[in-house]
Design a protein around this ligand. Structure first.
Ligand code: PGA
Length: 259
């Protein structure tokens, strides 16, 4: 008997972090458009630094490649010097990463992640909520409780699972280290997160949520994640700056989805 295909369309995000000048960013966006526009079986989201979002929006308009922001403030407007709000982002981006570990390291609390999610949704953005344990938490056998806390803090007060929400399981020890999680471990953790969502919102709702794996994803290891039943694509950092590598990752995910 063949397994029925997943009802979830995989999604690959490229998180450029604080990299690339404007000319490089524009060149990369155009190359990605050439290579990835119309790719079937996967949603592709490019997340450049905030100043290049307008370029991405303009250069990708009319293509199937989506634009995402890397962060948002939790207030829609106000006296927050240097910050960018969700309603502003919604003019140029469709997705926004919320709760990335590099934001949590910079001091973002679970309560702030919750407020960011709310403001993003209210502005019509599709949030990519990142969760993941640190190395010492993993070693201490606390992965499950950390993920539980992060998921529940981020979704505190939600009575329904927002249909546009995407999750990204990103073990902190795997981000930017070249030490990618074993695909079986990543699968087990993504299934664990899906189980937490099922507990809160019901099995049916949880079954529709896309959960990415993130942490040192490369063209070489992507197939191992894409083949897992609870992993619906990837959030890619370093490799998303290389058009060859990012294209290969998106194509591998699309190919797995169409099998
Ligand atoms: P990495 O980053 O692919 O460079 O490990 C992933 C991320 O931070 O989303």
């Amino acid at each position: 008997m063949t397994a029925s295909p997943s009802p979830r369309r995989p999604i690959v995000g490229g998180n450029w972090k604080m990299n690339l000048g404007r000319a490089e960013a524009r060149a990369l966006i155009l190359t990605l458009r050439q290579r990835l526009d119309g790719l079937d079986g996967v949603d592709v989201v490019v997340c450049p630094p905030a100043p290049w979002l307008t370029d991405a929006f303009d250069l990708l308009s009319g293509s199937s490649v989506h634009v995402g922001a890397q962060n948002t403030h939790w207030e829609p407007s106000g006296a927050f010097t240097g910050e960018v709000s969700a309603p502003m982002l919604s003019g140029v981006a469709e997705y926004v990463i919320v709760g990335h570990s590099e934001r949590r390291w910079a001091g973002e609390t679970g309560a702030e992640t919750n407020r960011k999610l709310r403001t993003a949704l209210a502005a019509g953005l599709k949030p990519i909520l990142a969760v993941g344990e640190r190395l010492q938490e993993s070693r201490a056998g606390r992965t499950e409780s950390v993920l539980h806390l992060q998921v529940n803090q981020a979704l505190r007060g939600f009575t329904e699972l927002p249909p546009s929400l995407v999750l990204a399981y990103e073990p902190v020890w795997a981000i930017g280290t070249g030490e990618a999680a074993d695909p079986d471990v990543a699968q087990q953790r993504c299934a664990m997160v899906r189980g937490m969502l099922a507990e809160r919102f019901g099995v049916l709702a949880a079954a529709t949520v896309r959960i990415q794996y993130g942490g040192s994803v490369t063209p070489t290891n992507i197939a191992g994640y894409a083949a897992q039943p609870d992993i619906d694509g990837a959030l890619v950092g370093g490799a998303s700056l290389d058009p060859e590598a990012f294209t290969a990752i998106c194509r591998a995910v699309a190919a797995e989805g169409s099998r």
